[in-house]
Write a protein that binds this ligand. Sequence first.
Ligand code: SF4
Length: 419
Amino acid sequence: MAEFLSPQIPELLAPAGNFEKLIAAVHYGADAVYLGGQKYSLRARAANFDAEEMRRAVDFAHARGVKVYVTVNVFAHNRDFHDLEAYLRLLQEIDVDGCIVSDPGILIVAQQVVPDLPLHLSTQANVTNQASARFWAQHGITRLNLARELGLEEIRAIRTATDAELEVFVHGALCISYSGRCMLSTYLTGRNANQGDCAHPCRYSYALVEAKRPGEYFPVEEDNRGTYIFNSRDLCLLRQLPALVNAGVNAIKIEGRMKSIGYVGAVVRVYRQALDWLRQQIVSGRPLDSLVFPEVFDSELAKIGTRGQTENFFHAPPSSDDMLYDTMRCDQRYVPVGIVRATSPLLVEARHVLALGDPIECLHRTTVEPITVTVIKLQLEDGTVVDRVNPITRVVIQTDPPLLDLEPYTLLRKCITSA
Ligand code: SF4
């Protein structure tokens, strides 16, 4: 079985909900991206890629040394198999680097139709033990995305049980159920999470109704905003990267094909910088178990706020502290305010209101510390000078000090509330 000899920096695997997000993930240093086609993918409401877009995406990524994995991870019904063989052949012809599957039926068909295409197991298959890991590896899976409900010791034990690559989710939204074993959305909205169409009712606010008094809703309140009894905080294992490297994990995965380009780029950027920092420490001979990330890594992730953070099962089963009972989302102090479209002159597409005098943070791809500058001129593409612009407007900006060495797809951010 696997014997882990020297620490390897894991592959950084990022979500690509559409072509723009793929470019942002690659720009900020992803080693690989995962995306869905128009079928068989558990994100029915992401834009997803048609065949031609997928071909362009693979060409774009491969030209930059980045791998592309395609999700084929629905729980398939008989009707889903009609076009499956043709779809799998298309993926092989496009030259994708692997398929992410969860259904044993799809696995068997893929092995018959595209035997050379690497097959990764989706987290939907819920690998939670050594025997399960061995089972899937014996059935041709080359990479196992482990269940999110595992602790470090269980991951280490599975490492000793199989030579298959191990992949671990490190950042993003969590289900209150085991991934893929949730019918809440189907029952409440008719939208099936297991076909990629979850309406996220675990984020709704709930009230209590007594069976003999229909229509009388008794509030269940943590505070006056209500109670979100199923609402988990988001996963963040940044501080556990040394332990994951030590455990021999081959890939770390960021959740979020439905998230914005600002979210994807900013999160990938922090994890890229974190892995590069870890590599430097290893090369310098520092023991992994003594490493503590500089505080800036935490503070940067905290600015990409969603529902707070939890390490989930990593050291102990989650408790009420890992839930967000009194609100659907945390208030966000920082928002993405723009994305660089061209650099000479500096053309920005606004993603939030952008005004003269705004202090904005520029997220370079090679440093974790943002650079803060002030907006001193805003000029529309027709030459009109303005005081402020609304989202989606493209505007040429000048800053003090000037922003240098920018590239298209660099993200800009601003603070919208005081501390
Ligand atoms: S309702 Fe919530 S727990 Fe259930 S599948 Fe959707 S996101 Fe996951």
